[in-house]
Design a binder for this molecule. Structure first.
Ligand SMILES: [Zn+2]
Length: 557
């Protein structure tokens, strides 16, 4: 089913349940930052899975379902069911029987704002059978929102895959039939439906300040050290701070400077390495630390918000900020901060980095204003025009490298991917930094155009913004794609959690072995001979992933 066509089952569902009228009155005010709607798989998620059931008498809700759904309704979230019912295509039950089952589900679990059903089986090659994203797009449309403001709860990899391919969040609630590799690949896993609901509501709440700042903030100092990707994923939180402050000064490191230049909401940038953050630090230079402290004091900030990732400490900088005379300091710290922090914030493992940072901004009293979605964004005036010689938009960008080699695509795999994409009719641009020219030349020789070393980060952002899709590992350009709303085929080495570092709120297909031995090692160099998490990627799967993302060979999207 194309997105602009109507499926008879979906049209009927909208008529029966009048979704739009009900949705209009239930929007929370002020608008929730993260989600408008929760989409739920039916069999194995809401009710016990009775294969090809056409009998209302056999409907059994999973434990705690009614109370969990009522919590979502009470929070102003709209609810839709998104379900594959291939029994229709196979003639195991009729449409009438299925709607009798759905009526029974509503009798037991309360009303849903929309029901979206795929009546096909795999052989039909439709665009709505999960893991294709068609039902998620249709549900979002029925509910008057967008996929990125939806979170889908399901019990198998097809559910999570459909959510991600539409740019929605996906929560996996495994059952005994869920395959271990599906659990490993999911970025967000909950033990049961009530736990999934509790975490959805917790995350939604965590990015809304419970109290506004007690005093107005004239100048806020925000800090995000480390590399380009780290700076980019902190963008939404920095915009939230900027919405509540007259002036924002960003302290970043040398490796994040180019990304810092691209962030909206930043008025001034201070660049300085932090030896307790950088991966290859020089020795601590007391004079440099004294001069940094003096420089930070001269900012005149009345609030500092120190952003870090989950294995970095904010406390050494907090001490420097205290010595610089800054009185209101907020940071995430599991370690005891003593009197270094005024707001000590804590976040569970697994929360996407942009939300983790937004929750710290919220703890410091800031939220994104209505109308500013919590997506990654770049300053338009900081991105140069795309070079004319790369051709018209509609190409696929393949970026094989990464500053951390453990997260780079092996060159021989990237070479075969370029060949497969070219064979499928895709125009491929191969990008990389100045030190990656040898690799990009070799990879592009298989049928792409070599742009290795041609661009700085802003120039790469321009090329990525006009791509139909980007094929990339867990590295900065994946976040540039997310910032441009360009779909990502993520060749994701599992050294860090996908749920934290995967491309945020953009249609994504994840490839690679999520259960490889490098999982959660945070290794910068692959600790396993042969780099098995990515060396087994099948180039045909990349071609199929682009099809799932509705990116066609021949230029269109
Ligand atoms: Zn279908």
């Amino acid at each position: 089913m194309r997105q602009d066509q109507e499926d008879p089952y979906q049209r009927r569902s909208a008529q029966v349940y009048a979704a739009a009228d009900r949705a209009a009155g239930s929007v929370a005010s002020p608008r929730a930052v993260l989600y408008d709607a929760v989409l739920l798989d039916r069999d194995g998620t809401l009710i016990e899975d009775v294969p090809y059931n056409g009998d209302p008498e056999k409907v059994r809700p999973v434990p705690g379902a009614r109370a969990a759904l009522d919590r979502l309704r009470a929070a102003g979230l709209r609810l839709a069911v998104v379900t594959n019912q291939s029994g229709l295509a196979r003639g195991y039950f009729t449409g009438e029987q299925m709607w009798a089952v759905h009526a029974r589900v509503e009798e037991l679990l309360g009303r849903f704002d929309a029901w979206l059903v795929c009546p096909h089986d795999d052989a039909d090659g439709c665009d709505c059978r999960k893991p294709a994203p068609g039902l998620v797009y249709a549900a979002a449309r029925e509910l008057g929102t967008t996929p990125s403001r939806c979170v889908l709860v399901g019990d198998i990899g097809r559910d999570v895959g459909a959510a991600m391919a539409a740019g929605a969040a996906g929560v996996l609630v495994p059952t005994p039939v869920t395959r271990p590799e599906e659990v490993a690949a999911a970025g967000w896993v909950a033990t049961d439906l009530p736990a999934a609901v509790a975490e959805i509501l917790r995350r939604q709440q965590a990015v809304q300040p419970s109290t506004p700042p007690t005093e107005p903030v004239r100048t806020a100092l925000v800090v995000r050290s480390d590399s380009a990707g780290d700076v980019l994923v902190t963008g939404p939180a920095i915009r939230a701070v900027a919405a509540g402050a007259e002036r924002v000064v960003l302290l970043c490191g040398p490796r994040g400077r180019a990304a810092a230049n691209l962030l909206p909401g930043v008025d001034e940038i201070i660049e300085h390495p932090l030896p307790w953050i950088d991966p290859a630090p020089g020795p601590v230079d007391p004079e440099a630390m004294r001069s940094l402290s003096t420089r930070l004091g001269a900012v005149g900030a009345d609030q500092a918000v120190v952003f870090t990732s989950f294995h970095q400490s904010a406390l050494p900088l907090a001490l420097l900020l205290r010595m610089a005379g800054i009185n209101r300091i907020a940071a995430i710290s599991d370690d005891y901060p003593g009197s270094l922090l005024d707001i000590r914030h804590r976040v569970p493992v697994g929360v996407p980095e942009p939300e983790r940072a937004l929750s710290l901004a919220a703890a410091a009293g800031h939220r994104l204003p209505d109308g500013d979605e919590p997506v990654l964004r770049l300053r338009r005036d900081a991105v140069p025009p795309r070079p004319a010689d790369v051709g018209d938009p509609g190409y696929v960008v393949l970026h094989p490298g990464s500053a951390a080699s453990s997260r780079a695509c092996p060159p021989e795999v990237a070479t075969r991917i370029v060949g497969a994409l070219a064979d499928a009719g895709h125009r491929v641009l191969v990008t990389g930094g100045p030190d990656e020219r040898a690799v990009t030349a070799r990879v592009a020789a298989a049928g792409g155009t070599d742009l290795g070393g041609r661009t700085d980060l802003a120039g790469l952002a321009a090329i990525v913004a006009d791509a139909s899709a980007v094929v990339v590992g867990n590295t900065g350009p994946a976040h540039l794609a997310a910032a441009a709303g360009v779909p990502v085929v993520s060749l994701f080495a599992p050294t860090v959690p996908f749920g934290q570092w995967g491309p945020y709120r953009v249609p994504t297909v994840r490839l690679g072995d999520a259960a490889a031995p490098c999982r959660d090692t945070r290794a910068a160099r692959c600790p396993v001979p042969g780099h098995p998490c990515l060396s087994g990627v099948d180039p045909g799967d990349v071609v199929n992933a682009l099809r799932t993302l509705a990116v066609s060979g021949g230029g269109g999207r």
